[in-house]
Design a protein around this ligand. Structure first.
Ligand SMILES: [Fe+2]
Length: 277
């Protein structure tokens, strides 16, 4: 189901993504370097955990959140890292003058993380587009470690072009960022996940077959932001770190191209806050 080979041209890659194809591609020099940078920043924050996969064991959940948040902030805001996104995009034929992106976010999913009420939204089934993104959104995900399917997430391809009952209409991007970007990037308030409302499923869903995947560090997973997917809960005694960012081809957006948009009613647009050419 996940394709290991990109189409021969960038036009066809984008078209395939908008048609629901999911690509899990080999590491590239840029993705490997990005993963290495993130790991070294995490090592700086967790000197007591030479194995980052055990980083959650050495500190309290609150301290863990704050330390991960420091790295998350640095990776998101430091423009030196934006060059790597252009390099990644160019490696798959994107013209840097034609794309806008929401910078990289570091994610941590830990052992029993689903039991933390402040993290509950992390495990919601969702489409990324429900957060005020356009239907031509491309999500790009890079793991920092080798991961088994139990530690990644699940896609539900049958739902790609069929509605899922949801309350995305309660999400207003402009409200969300009106009090600063701390909530959006998630580095300051460990309790924010309890206070903020994140769009989720509101009724029964027949998700159809689920598609999971294993991966190697630095691989490039690309999928349409309209895919319905869900992070897996895990109690394996490990933490997995990953990077992801969001990309929009501005020509496609202007031309109204993109994935089927069957149930996204979120308001406002994150696109204006992307990094533009
Ligand atoms: Fe997502």
């Amino acid at each position: 189901m996940l394709s290991p080979d990109p189409p021969p041209t960038n036009d066809r890659l984008r078209r395939a993504l908008y048609d629901g194809e999911i690509f899990l591609l080999d590491p590239t020099p840029a993705s490997s370097r990005y993963a290495e940078i993130a790991r070294s920043l995490l090592h700086r924050e967790f000197p007591e955990s030479p194995d980052l996969r055990q980083a959650h064991e050495a500190v309290s959940p609150q301290e863990f959140f704050l330390r991960v948040g420091a790295v998350r902030r640095e990776l998101y805001l430091d423009e030196a890292h934006h060059a790597l996104i252009y390099e990644l995009a160019e490696s798959l034929g994107f013209n840097p003058r034609h794309i806008a992106f929401d910078p990289v976010r570091l994610r941590a999913v830990s052992h029993d993380g689903h039991l933390n009420p402040a993290a509950k939204a992390v495990y919601y089934g969702h489409r990324d587009t429900w957060y005020g993104h356009p239907s031509c959104l491309i999500t790009w995900w890079i793991p920092l470690h080798e991961l088994s399917p139990e530690e990644t997430f699940l896609f539900y391809p049958d739902r790609f072009d069929k509605p899922v009952p949801n309350d995305s209409e309660t999400f207003d991007y402009d409200d969300w960022v009106s009090k600063g970007w701390s909530l959006k990037i998630g580095w300051q308030d460990p309790e924010a996940g309890k206070k903020a409302h994140y769009p989720g499923v509101t009724g029964p869903v027949d998700p159809g077959p689920e598609v999971g995947f294993a991966c190697q560090p630095g691989q490039n997973l690309l999928f349409s932001g309209a895919h319905y997917h869900k992070t897996r809960e895990q109690s394996l005694g490990t933490t997995r770190f990953s990077l992801d960012f969001r990309l929009v081809h501005l020509g496609d957006h202007a031309a109204g191209l993109g994935a089927p948009d069957v149930d996204n009613r979120s308001r406002g647009s994150a696109l204006s806050d992307y990094v533009h050419p």
